[in-house]
Design a protein around this ligand. Structure first.
Ligand code: FAD
Length: 468
């Protein structure tokens, strides 16, 4: 009887524990992707980017004689229907860890097992399952450095190569057409522009990893904070859809550390551990994705949406480093990590706005959106999260720009108004934003939404009042 492989954020053939186990059995395989309400609920950019990932994965399966069957509807309903149609004996999937996925998968597993079917979930999205890493007392880690000490030398299973032989079905059940799903329908922000920056699929992801490890990794430690330089791996977009396996990335970086790119490779491994840490936190404290991790922050006078917050979303705050970051996100679908911290600090401190508003905006705009990393990032900057930067440490965007974008190359790259001869990327922002905003590159650059010193003082006063 066929085995249904329910793919979600594991759209690859190599370093795929579920697929390796299924291939070893020699049973006929029915690869499936479901557009269920949980997946539909994603933001515009990640949903659009998911469509590219699914298309590339379907092609990779096709080349091996398999078909990716596409179905739409609540997961359990779809799975039951497909079992009835094909006589499948079971459903396998790679585990996810965000609260909506966990709720769905738990219900699916219980129901399938209750119907006498084999329902099995596999590891594969993370270096270690979030519950495997424990403190000496048997609890979970709330601070990164001891977590890092616990995982730095912890063995990670080696990546399995893509299976040589995969057995498909003799006759395939009917499939939706991907185009009919219109996954890009909500992407009003210039999908053709963002598309130029995406490296879609397993082969592209692997090539990116190889290129990074052959060069930039050596100077990663010093250049990872310089947004004008392509000094990081840019793998987040691929990791989030599982176009490349984390174990493969980890082992490749370990080899580079041994071969001599020591310092850079070590810093890179540490960042991969940050990703795992965010999942560790989300597993043990799922509320991190929506509410203050430290409940005492519930009393903080965060502001809700406002005209200032809208100017932030638009990249029109008048603070160049902040605007450059938000515009980078419009144009490329991503934003440099240093700048993510600066724009998040500006929103939550200078504009005193609730971090959830920023989290939601990122979730709508980032093609590398990840539920755990996004939540941890926002709460870390806002001060409400575990191991967070203390609230009184307010990033000064001008100071950050001076330090990490000394020559101004990054700001010029994305801010047309600041240059007599703006480049293509700075101009692309004006094509990417909705026409209704009526923005033109020859308009003057906006005056600052808030004076930096005043914004800082206001944030600290609110913080002091809360502590009083
Ligand atoms: P590299 O520097 O090459 O790092 C390699 C990998 O390590 C990344 O691909 C990523 O998987 C992981 N990583 C690196 N830094 C972090 C981090 N701080 N937290 C968790 N994992 C990390 N990352 C996302 O993948 N999705 C998000 O939605 C996201 N939202 C964020 C929101 C805020 C407010 C902040 C401050 C950070 C956020 N990050 C998020 C983390 C980080 O900015 C990105 O992972 C990184 O910029 C991706 O670029 P890269 O692949 O070149 O990273």
């Amino acid at each position: 009887a066929p085995l249904i492989l329910w793919f979600r954020r594991d759209l690859r053939l190599g370093d795929q524990p579920m697929l390796a186990a299924a291939a070893a059995l020699g049973r006929p395989l029915l690869p499936l992707f479901i557009l269920d309400p949980e997946t539909e609920a994603q933001g515009a950019a990640p949903k659009w980017r998911l469509g590219l990932a699914v298309a590339a994965f379907a092609e990779a399966l096709e080349a091996r004689g398999l078909r990716l069957v596409l179905r739409r509807g609540p997961a359990l309903e779809v799975l039951r229907g497909l079992v009835a149609e094909t006589g499948a004996a079971g459903v396998w999937w790679s585990r996810l860890y965000d609260p909506p996925s966990v709720a769905r998968d738990t219900a699916v597993k219980t129901a399938l097992k209750g119907a006498g079917l084999e329902a099995r979930s596999f590891a594969g999205h993370l270096l270690h399952e979030p519950w495997e890493v424990e403190t000496g007392q048997g609890g979970f880690y709330r601070v990164f450095t001891p977590f890092w000490k616990a995982v730095r030398d912890r063995p990670v299973p080696p990546p399995a190569p893509a299976p040589d032989r995969l057995r498909g079905l003799d006759s395939w059940p009917m499939s939706d057409r991907l185009a009919d799903w219109r996954l890009g329908a909500a992407m009003h922000r210039g999908a053709e522009i963002v598309a130029r920056y995406q490296a879609v699929g397993e082969a592209a992801a692997r090539a990116k990893l190889a290129a990074f490890l052959a060069g930039p990794v050596a100077r990663y430690g010093e250049l990872r904070d310089v947004p004008a330089v392509a000094g990081t791996s840019r793998l987040s977009e691929n990791l989030t859809y599982g176009e490349i396996g984390i174990r493969e990335v980890w082992h490749a970086a370990l080899r580079r550390r041994e071969e001599g790119a020591a310092g850079g490779a070590e810093s890179f491994l540490r960042e991969l551990a940050w990703r795992n840490f965010s999942y560790h936190l989300m597993h043990h404290t799922p509320q991190i994705t929506r509410s203050n991790w430290k409940p005492e922050w519930d009393a903080f006078p965060w502001r809700g949406d406002s005209a200032e917050a809208e100017r932030w979303r638009r990249g029109m705050t008048g603070e160049p480093f902040v605007d450059a970051g938000l515009r980078e996100m419009y144009v490329t679908g991503t934003m440099h990590n240093r700048v993510r911290m600066v724009v998040a600090s500006y929103l939550t401190k200078h504009l005193l706005t609730h971090w959830r508003l920023g989290l939601d905006w990122f979730a709508d705009c980032l093609t590398d959106w990840d539920p755990a990393a996004n939540a941890m990032g926002w709460q870390w900057v806002a001060g409400s999260g575990p191991d967070a930067a203390p609230y009184f440490r307010v990033f000064n965007p001008a100071g950050q720009a001076e330090k990490f974008d000394a020559g101004g190359a990054y700001r010029r790259r994305f801010l047309a108004e600041l240059s007599p001869d703006p480049g293509a990327e700075a101009l692309a922002y004006f094509d990417a934003v909705p026409r209704s905003w009526a923005l033109r590159p020859d308009q003057p650059y906006p005056a600052p939404v808030v004076d930096l010193a005043e914004g800082r003082a206001r944030a600290l006063a609110a913080y002091g009042a809360r502590n009083a």
